[in-house]
Write a protein that binds this ligand. Structure first.
Ligand code: NAD
Length: 484
């Protein structure tokens, strides 16, 4: 059997399972979510090892960013499931009286989840939680660039979950292409804008709904915080969100900093001191910063540093160890705004600091660039906070911290514009894999004569009232207590 036939027979099995109705049952959804929980708990060591192998992620970082948030998400889904699955009452206009209406969530069907390599468990299993909770059958295609993680996903999901409804298919772009040639009821894609365009083009053929989670350049504005405590906390949070999260290879990592010129030298001094206390004299030995995923990405980052004017802007770090795929936390002050480091998503441990005359100028810079997945601002200035939220557009705005939005079940995670569209996490993950079906129920008891021809002006007048007023207002009109 060739690959195409194997894929088709796997998909047929998933479609048959979905059509059998089993995935719609609450008991099935619960059993799969619980099995996923067991997988995360029992295979924690395998996951840690794979993340160490693929990305040099320390096991505490791996728990903080991947296993821990996933356990939290599965528990959250188990707790909310009954209510999420229940239908919600809706109102109908008076012209349809008497009637009842409801929104009934139904699964979309057989879903394809394509994920990236940087959080290979997080960005694969977070969507899977939503897809299962919503009652779908799923194919997950993890990234070939994190092979150890991809193989843990394939081996464990196969043994823990219902293999007739949930499958992992491993491979790179060519397998991705073959998958995209199939008909899906939903595609959930996490990755680059370039591949998103390929995915969207394929989805258009079958009018498949799609969610696209991309990246971009997330700015962090750092105001001249007055208290030394605020400054110290801000530095820790900035460093953890850049160098301490997958070595900066995160879609919501701080990509660059915007700071007032008068505070810039102090900021650099504070960041350097914080780097020393967080990552030590020799960050490579401390094993608290991950490594670059592969040689291609390492060369890409090195090229960014080699561009004219960029190396000269380095004020800290800059040393590279190609054999270990390790890059020292690197600070750059005012690299050329037209250089790659200020145009492309950096996705690595390089942190440009761009100086502006006034803090308000940072808003203009942000507005002049493609919309970001997240905007961060470290400030206590309430007026500035309001202005930033009101005047800019982004997936999220976080004040005085970074990355925490990823673990918030109550906040939608997703982009706007160039950084993607659609949102998930928490109940939003259930919604993104569901269709809310409109169901209206009428009886034959009462029927308004003005709904049907032949038409006359009186019927028009009645329609105007029926669409304009609510039940209480109509009663008041009938009682002569309100004008129609
Ligand atoms: P990528 O687009 O290269 O790959 C993503 C996935 O698409 C992989 O599974 C890959 O095998 C597959 N793929 C590649 N070419 C394909 C093709 N022609 N047809 C079908 N599938 C194909 O992205 P990446 O390098 O894995 O991830 C990095 C990007 O992902 C960054 O831009 C980052 O910001 C973004 N990202 C976003 C989020 C988010 O939640 N918004 C999370 C993680 C990463």
């Amino acid at each position: 059997m060739d690959c195409k036939e194997t894929l088709e027979s796997e998909l047929n099995e998933l479609r048959n399972t979905f059509n059998s109705g089993i995935t719609k049952q609450e008991s099935w959804r619960r059993s799969q979510l619980k099995a996923l929980l067991s997988l995360l708990e029992e295979k924690e060591d395998d996951i840690f090892k794979a993340l160490q192998q693929d990305l040099g992620k320390h096991r505490i970082e791996a728990f903080r960013d991947e296993v821990g948030p996933l356990i939290k998400s599965v528990n959250y889904a188990l707790k909310g499931l009954k209510q999420w699955m229940s239908s919600k009452k809706a109102d109908l206009p008076i012209a349809a009286f008497p009637a009842r209406a409801e929104l009934v969530p139904e699964p979309l069907g057989v879903a394809l989840v394509i994920s990236s390599w940087n959080f290979p468990f997080g960005v694969s299993l977070e969507p899977l939680v939503g897809a299962i909770a919503a009652g779908n059958a799923v194919v997950l295609k993890p990234s070939e660039l994190a092979p150890a993680s991809s193989s843990v996903l394939a081996n464990t999901i196969h043994t823990y979950l219902d293999n007739k409804a949930i499958k992992v298919i491993q491979g790179g772009p060519s397998i991705g292409q073959k998958l995209l040639q199939q008909k899906w009821d939903k595609i959930f894609f996490t990755g680059s804008a370039k591949v998103a365009r390929i995915v969207m083009t394929a989805a258009a053929i079958n009018l498949t709904p799609i969610t696209v989670e991309l990246g971009g350049k997330c700015p962090a504005i750092v105001d001249s915080l007055s208290s030394s405590w605020d400054k110290e906390i801000a530095m820790k949070r900035i460093l953890a969100a850049k160098f301490g999260t997958c070595a900066g290879q995160a879609c919501i990592a701080i990509d660059y900093i915007l700071v007032e010129k008068k505070f810039s030298a102090t900021l650099v001094k504070l960041l350097k001191a914080s780097i020393l206390s967080m990552f030590g004299e020799n960050p490579k030995e401390l094993n608290s910063i991950g490594r670059i995923i592969n040689n291609n990405h390492f060369s890409r980052l090195r090229k960014l540093l080699d561009e004219p004017g960029v190396k000269a802007s380095i004020v800290h770090g800059g040393s590279l160890d190609e054999d270990a795929l390790f890059m020292e936390p690197t600070l750059l002050v005012d690299p050329p705004l037209k250089s790659g480091v200020m145009i492309e998503e950096i996705f690595g441990p390089l942190l440009p600091i761009i100086t502006v005359e006034k803090i308000e100028d940072s808003i203009e810079i942000i507005k002049s660039r493609p919309r970001a997945l997240a905007i961060y601002a470290f400030t206590n200035n309430e007026n500035f906070k309001k202005k930033l939220v009101y005047e800019t557009s982004s997936g999220s705005v976080i004040f005085n911290d970074a990355i925490i939005q990823y673990v918030a079940d109550s906040l939608p995670f997703g982009g706007v514009g160039e950084c993607g569209f659609g949102k998930y996490h928490g109940k939003f993950s259930f919604d993104v894999f569901s269709h809310e079906k409109a169901v209206a129920r009428r009886s034959f008891l009462l029927d308004f004569w003005f709904r049907y021809p032949p038409w006359n002006d009186k019927k028009l007048q009645l329609f105007r009232s029926a669409y304009r007023f609510n039940y209480l207002e109509i009663i008041l009109i009938l009682l002569g207590l309100k004008k129609s």
